[in-house]
Design a protein around this ligand. Structure first.
Ligand code: FAD
Length: 465
C-alpha cells in the first residue's frame, strides 16, 4: 500500500487546485488590456457608457441604500459589493475604477459560470487551470446577495478546512483572488436570461443595477456551470436586521457552535424537518431550545417529530410566532430576548433568547432556468446523483442551487470542482462530434468551436493519482 505522509496527498508536493490551499499564480493577462498596478479590472456592461454612468449612479445608490438598510452588516463584504459598486458608485475615486477594457460586444466562451459563491469560484479555479478560460458572472446583488454569495453575510466561518476562523467575506475575497489569478475572467453583472434550447447556449445580461431590463448583446457558451446558490428565507421581524449575525441566523450547523450560543437559551422558528434537525443540533450546545411552530402541529415526519418532542432540552410552542427581537442597544450589541405571540389568543410573552435560528426554508436561484432544466418541487436543480450533470448535456450545476441537504461552503466547493471536471470532459468529448447547428457544425458558430485541450491539467500529472 502506498504510504502517505501526515497531511495526506497534499503533503506530497504537487498541490492540486483545491480552494483550501491558496495558490497564488501570477495573473495572466485576461484580455486585450491590463489594468495599471494596484487597480482592479472591472467589467463595464455594454449598456453603460461614460454618458450613462452619471445617470446610472443614482439608481445604484438607491439600490445600495435599500440593501444596506436591510442589513448593513451582511453586506459589509470587503470585496463583493464594493468591487461591483465602487466602480459605479464613486467613479474615478477608488481603487477599482471603471475601465474601458471591454466595450459592447458579444462574447463566446467555452465555459461560463453563473454565480460567485464557493461553488462558482471552485469551478472557476479548476476550469481556468484546465485552460478553458472560464468567464464567471458574479452578479450585481443578484437575489439581493452580494457577489461572493451567502458567506459574505456572516462574520465567522469556523468549519472551512484550512481556516480555524475566518470572516466569510475574507474567505470569499481569497477565493475570488485565486479564481482571477488562475485566469478566470470575472464579470460583475447578473445573468438575466438564458436559452438552453440551442447550441451554443445563449445568454443575456442585466445592465448593472437594473434587473428589469436586458442588454441587447447575445453572448454564447459551449457549456454552462450554474452556481447561483440559494437564499435562506427571512421573516423580516422587527429587530432582525439589527441583530443579524449577533444572535439571529439562518444556519444552525454554521453558527450554532459559536461561543455566543453555548449554554444559552435559543429559539428555532419552523415546523418542518429542517427545524427538527437544527433544534436537535442546537440542543447539544444550548441550555434550552424553544421551537416556535405557527400551526398546531409539526410538518416534520413522525420520526423526526418524536426526536423533537422527546428531547428534554427542547420545548415546542405551537400556534406561536415571533414578534420582536430585543437585545443590547450598543453598536453590534447581542440579542437577549424574543417577544412571542400566541396566534390564537393574541397573548404576548417575552422569553430569554440569545439566539434565534430561522428554519423556514431556502429559495434556490433557479428562476432563470424554469421550464428549461429539471427541478424538484422546491425549485432545486436536479443533478444526476454523484455528478454535477443536469438533464441538459453541457449544463452542470453545483452548490446550494442543487443541494438542499448539506448547504455548506465546503460541499458547494466540492461540487464546484466536480462541475468543472465534468464540463472539461464533456467539452473534450464534443471534439469531432458533428452537432447540427452546434458545437462542431458549420455556420455562424464555427469560429467558436472548442479547441482541443492540449495541456494535461497539473492535478492529472500528479504521479500519486
Ligand atoms: C448566514 C449564513 C452563514 C453561513 N455560515 C456558513 C459557515 O460557517 N460554514 C459553511 O460551510 N457554510 C455556511 N453557510 C452556508 C454557505 O454560505 C453556503 O452553503 C454556500 O455559500 C453556498 O455556496 P454556493 O456556491 O452554492 O453559492 P452562494 O453562496 O449561494 O452564492 C451564489 C452567488 O451567485 C449569485 N447569483 C445568483 N444568481 C445570479 C445570476 N443570475 N447571475 C450572476 N450571479 C448570480 C448570488 O448573488 C450569489 O452571490 C452560511 C450561510 C448563511 C446564510
Amino acid at each position: 500500500m502506498r504510504r502517505l505522509p501526515v497531511g495526506g496527498q497534499l503533503e506530497t508536493g504537487v498541490v492540486s487546485p483545491a480552494v483550501i490551499i491558496i495558490v497564488v499564480i501570477p495573473p495572466e493577462p485576461l484580455s486585450d488590456a491590463i489594468p495599471p498596478p494596484g487597480r482592479k479590472k472591472v467589467w463595464r456592461p455594454a449598456s453603460l457608457t461614460e454618458e450613462s454612468l452619471e445617470e446610472t449612479t443614482p439608481s445604484v445608490a438607491k439600490l445600495f441604500a435599500k440593501a444596506f438598510s436591510r442589513g448593513a452588516r451582511p453586506l459589509r463584504s470587503s470585496v463583493a459589493v464594493p468591487l461591483a459598486a465602487s466602480a459605479f458608485y464613486k467613479p474615478g475615486n477608488n481603487t477599482a475604477p471603471v475601465t474601458t477594457l471591454q466595450q459592447a460586444r458579444s462574447m463566446h466562451s467555452k465555459v461560463v459560470i453563473i454565480g460567485s459563491g464557493p461553488g462558482g469560484h471552485t469551478a472557476a479555479i479548476y476550469a481556468a487551470r484546465a485552460d478553458l478560460k472560464p468567464v464567471l458572472y458574479e452578479g450585481f446583488l443578484a437575489l439581493g446577495i452580494a457577489a461572493g454569495g451567502q458567506l459574505t453575510t456572516t462574520d465567522e466561518v469556523e468549519n472551512f478546512p484550512g481556516f480555524k476562523n475566518i470572516r466569510g467575506s475574507t474567505l470569499m475575497d481569497q477565493m475570488r483572488e485565486q479564481s482571477e489569478a488562475c485566469g478566470t475572467e470575472i464579470v460583475s453583472q447578473t445573468v438575466g436570461k438564458v436559452d438552453l434550447s440551442k447550441r451554443p447556449f445563449q445568454y443575456w445580461l442585466h445592465p448593472m443595477g437594473d434587473d428589469d431590463n436586458l442588454e441587447e448583446e447575445t453572448h454564447t457558451a459551449d457549456s454552462i456551470i450554474i452556481a447561483t446558490g440559494a437564499k435562506a428565507r427571512r421573516l423580516d421581524l422587527a429587530g432582525e436586521d439589527k441583530y443579524w449575525g449577533n444572535g439571529v441566523s439562518a444556519c444552525a450547523v454554521c453558527d450554532g457552535s459559536l461561543p455566543i450560543f453555548r449554554q444559552k437559551p435559543l429559539v428555532v422558528i419552523g415546523g418542518g424537518d429542517s427545524a427538527v434537525e437544527e433544534s436537535v443540533y442546537l440542543a447539544k450546545k444550548a441550555s434550552k431550545v424553544t421551537v416556535l411552530v405557527r400551526r398546531d402541529q409539526l410538518r416534520a415526519s413522525k420520526a423526526n417529530a418524536r426526536r423533537l418532542t422527546t428531547n428534554p432540552k427542547i420545548e415546542v410552542r405551537y400556534n406561536t410566532t415571533a414578534v420582536l427581537i430585543k437585545g443590547e442597544e450598543k453598536d453590534r450589541g447581542l440579542m437577549q430576548s424574543l417577544v412571542i405571540k400566541n396566534v390564537k389568543t393574541g397573548a404576548e410573552d417575552e422569553i430569554p433568547a440569545n439566539g434565534l435560528f430561522y428554519a423556514v426554508g431556502h429559495e434556490p436561484a433557479t428562476q432563470l432556468f424554469k421550464d428549461q432544466l429539471n427541478m424538484d418541487e422546491d425549485g432545486y436543480l436536479i443533478t444526476t446523483p454523484g455528478t454535477a450533470e443536469t438533464n441538459m448535456p453541457g449544463v452542470f450545476a453545483c452548490g446550494d442551487v442543487q443541494d438542499k441537504k448539506y448547504r455548506q461552503a465546503v460541499t458547494s466547493a466540492g461540487s464546484g470542482c466536480m462541475a468543472a471536471l465534468e464540463a472539461e470532459k464533456w467539452l473534450s468529448e464534443q471534439e469531432g462530434i458533428d452537432v447540427p447547428n452546434g458545437i462542431n457544425g458549420d455556420g455562424d458558430y464555427k469560429q467558436g468551436k472548442p479547441e482541443a485541450n492540449g495541456d494535461v491539467p497539473e492535478y492529472r500529472q500528479n504521479p500519486l493519482l
